[in-house]
Design a protein around this ligand. Structure first.
Ligand code: FAD
Length: 521
C-alpha cells in the first residue's frame, strides 16, 4: 500500500529540465548497467536525439540509450532496473519514431530504448488467423507503418486502419489509439490488433490477446506506455485496394457540413475515408487545390473566396481496384448525390493507394526543404461529443481562432459503438464524437500570432472554454502535469488504470514522460 501511495502521489516538477550534461547520481548502478550482457548496445554517448521529439518543446536528456537487437535485451535491462528496487531513480522510456509532442517518449536521466533498432533485427511475418481465417502481419513494435504498408502490398494486403502520417511506429500509435479517416468503419488502430508481445515493468516477457492475459492486452492498447514495452504486434489485414478517388468539397454552413459527415459515418455503403477541416480566413488555398485536384465544374467559385470567412471542407475517399475503373465514377457520383456541399466546389483527384495514405509525407518533404518541419508543434487534439460540437464551433471558430494560418484544423466524427471499450483509451461518453485537431506550427523567433507563446495561450483558451461551457471533451494524445489532472482525464477508468500500473509496473519504471506516475524512490 505504501508503494502504491508513492507511485500515485506524483506531481510533475516543470523545473526539472535537463541541461546537456548529466552526472549520474548513482555511479554503481551505471557501471553495473555497462556490464549487462546484451545483443545490442547500451550507449552513454549517442543519446542526444532521444531528448528531442516532434513537438520540439520539451527536452530531457537521458543517461543512456539502449539500441536493442533482441527482446531479451529489453527484458534484461528492465529486469535489472526492477531488481535494483526502489533505490534508484532511473526510469526507462521506449521511443518509437519520437513523434510525440510533449516529451512522452523521453526519460530525464533515465534510459531510452530505441525501438526502431529492435525492428531492424526482427522480421515481418505474414499469416492467416486460424480462428477467423483472416490475414494478419506479425511485426516488431518498432516498425514504421509505412514499411508495413509496402511489405503488405507486395502480398496484396493492407492494414485497415491508419493514422494520417505513416512514419510512426506500431508501438507509438498503439500506445495512443491511431485514429484517422478509416476509424469510423474499422475503429482506431488499437481495434485492429490480435496479439501483443510485451516486456512488463518487472522484465517479464508476456504474450497477450483478447483471451489470454486479456487484462494486460486491454491495458496496453491506448495505455500510454505505462504497463509494458510492446515488442511485437499482430495487425489485422484486408485485401488491398489499388487506387483512390480523393475528394474535397466545401460548405459555408457548419450544420450542413456536420450533418453530411454524420450521415457518411453512419452508413455501411459509404466512402472508405471520411475526414474534414476548417479554414478560417485563408488566402489562395483553393488555387493551390486546383493545381493538384481537378475542379469538376469549370465555374470558378467566386463565392468561395476564402478571405475573411470560415469554411468547412469535407475530405472523403473511395478505394477501388483497376478492374473497377469503369464503374467507380458512377459509384462516387451516386454517393456524392446524397451530400449537400456547395455544387461549385467539387475537387476530385485520382491517386494510387500508397500516395493517398502517404500524403502527409509529401508535405513533410516540402516543409523540410523550407526548414519548417523541425519547428515547435504546440498541437492540441480534442474529442468533442456530438451533442456539443455546435457549441464548441460557436465558441472557437472565428472567436478564439480568427485564422488558420498556423496549421490545419481537422474535424471529423467517429462512432465508437463498435469499438473495443475495454482498452485504456479515454473517450467522451457519447458514442459519436468529433476529433478536432489543432495542428499548429510555431515560428521559433516570432513574437507575433505564430509564436509558441501565442499558440499555447490560444490552446489554453480553447481548453478553458471546454471547461466553462461544460463541453465534456477529452484530450487525445493527452498532456497533463499533475496526477489530479490525469485522474480527471481518466474519470471512472482511473481505478483500473492505476491498478494495472501497480500490477504490471509496480515500481513505475516505465515511460516517465507521460507524467502520470512517479518512480517510487
Ligand atoms: P513515440 O513518440 O516514440 O512514442 C509515443 C509514446 O508511446 C511514448 O510515451 C513512448 O514512450 C510510447 N511508446 C513508444 N513505443 C512503445 C512501445 N513499443 N511500447 C510501449 N510504449 C511505447 N495520431 C493519430 O492517432 N492519428 C493521426 O492521424 C496522427 N497523425 C500524426 C501526424 C504527425 C505528423 C505526427 C507527428 C503525429 C501524428 N499522430 C497521429 C500522433 C502519433 O500517433 C503519436 O504521436 C505517436 O505516439 C507517434 O508515434 P511514434 O512512433 O513517434 O511514438
Amino acid at each position: 500500500k505504501i508503494l502504491m501511495a508513492l507511485v500515485l502521489g506524483y506531481t510533475f516538477d516543470k523545473n526539472k529540465i535537463s541541461s546537456t550534461t548529466y552526472l549520474p547520481n548513482n555511479e554503481t548502478i551505471t557501471s553495473l548497467m555497462k556490464k549487462l550482457k546484451l545483443d545490442g548496445d547500451l550507449s552513454f554517448h549517442n543519446i542526444h536525439h532521444a531528448s528531442k521529439d516532434f513537438g520540439n518543446i520539451y527536452r530531457f536528456l537521458p543517461l543512456a540509450v539502449l539500441y536493442p537487437k533482441s527482446v531479451s535485451d529489453i527484458s534484461t535491462l528492465v529486469t535489472y532496473m526492477f531488481q535494483m528496487g526502489p533505490t534508484s531513480e532511473l526510469t526507462i522510456a521506449p521511443r518509437g519514431h519520437g513523434h510525440s509532442l510533449e516529451g512522452q517518449a523521453q526519460a530525464h536521466q533515465g534510459v531510452v530504448i530505441n525501438m526502431e533498432s529492435l525492428a531492424q533485427s526482427q522480421e515481418m511475418r505474414f499469416h492467416i488467423n486460424a480462428n477467423t481465417n483472416t490475414p494478419f502481419v506479425d511485426v516488431s513494435a518498432g516498425e514504421l507503418w509505412i514499411n508495413i504498408l509496402h511489405e503488405s502490398l507486395k502480398r496484396g494486403f493492407s492494414p485497415k486502419s491508419w493514422t494520417d502520417y505513416l512514419h510512426l511506429t506500431v508501438g507509438g500509435t498503439l500506445s495512443n489509439a491511431g485514429i484517422s479517416g478509416q476509424a469510423f468503419r474499422h475503429g482506431p488502430q488499437i481495434n485492429n490488433v490480435y496479439q501483443l508481445q510485451v516486456v512488463t515493468g518487472t522484465g517479464e516477457v508476456v504474450t497477450c490477446t483478447e483471451e489470454t492475459n486479456s487484462d494486460l492486452f486491454h491495458g496496453l492498447l491506448g495505455g500510454l506506455g505505462q504497463f509494458g514495452i510492446i515488442t511485437r504486434a499482430h495487425i489485422s489485414l484486408e485485401p488491398a485496394p489499388e487506387m483512390v478517388k480523393w475528394i474535397k468539397v466545401l460548405y459555408l454552413d457548419f450544420a450542413t457540413f456536420t450533418k453530411d459527415q454524420e450521415q457518411l459515418i453512419s452508413s455501411n455503403s459509404s466512402f472508405d475515408y471520411v475526414e474534414g477541416f476548417v479554414l478560417i480566413n485563408r488566402t489562395g488555398l483553393l488555387n493551390n487545390w486546383r493545381s493538384s485536384f481537378k475542379n469538376k465544374d469549370p465555374v470558378q467559385p467566386r463565392q468561395f473566396v476564402s478571405e475573411g470567412k470560415t469554411i468547412f471542407c469535407l475530405e472523403i475517399a473511395k478505394y477501388f481496384k483497376q478492374e473497377d475503373i469503369h464503374t467507380i465514377d458512377q459509384k462516387v457520383e451516386s454517393l456524392l448525390s446524397k451530400l449537400n456541399y456547395n455544387e461549385f466546389t467539387l475537387f476530385i483527384s485520382e491517386v494510387s493507394y500508397v500516395d493517398f495514405l502517404d500524403r502527409v509525407h509529401v508535405s513533410e518533404l516540402k516543409l523540410k526543404e523550407k526548414g519548417l518541419w523541425d519547428v515547435p508543434h504546440p498541437w492540441l487534439n480534442l474529442l468533442v461529443p456530438k451533442s456539443k460540437i455546435h457549441k464548441f464551433a460557436d465558441e472557437v471558430f472565428g472567436k478564439i481562432l480568427t485564422d488558420t494560418s498556423n496549421g490545419p484544423i481537422l474535424i471529423y466524427p467517429v462512432d465508437k459503438s463498435r469499438w473495443n471499450t475495454k482498452t485504456s483509451m479515454v473517450t467522451p461518453k457519447e458514442n459519436v464524437f468529433y476529433l478536432v485537431a489543432f495542428l499548429s506550427s510555431a515560428m521559433p523567433s516570432s513574437t507575433g500570432s505564430d509564436s509558441l507563446e501565442n499558440i499555447l495561450s490560444q490552446n489554453k483558451k480553447i481548453l478553458e472554454v471546454c471547461e466553462t461551457a461544460n463541453l465534456e471533451t477529452k484530450q487525445y494524445l493527452p498532456h497533463y502535469n499533475t496526477q489530479e489532472e490525469w485522474k480527471k482525464h481518466f474519470g471512472s477508468q482511473w481505478e483500473v488504470f492505476a491498478r494495472r500500473k501497480f500490477m504490471y509496473d509496480p515500481l513505475a519504471i516505465l515511460t516517465p514522460g507521460q507524467r502520470i506516475f512517479q518512480k517510487s524512490v
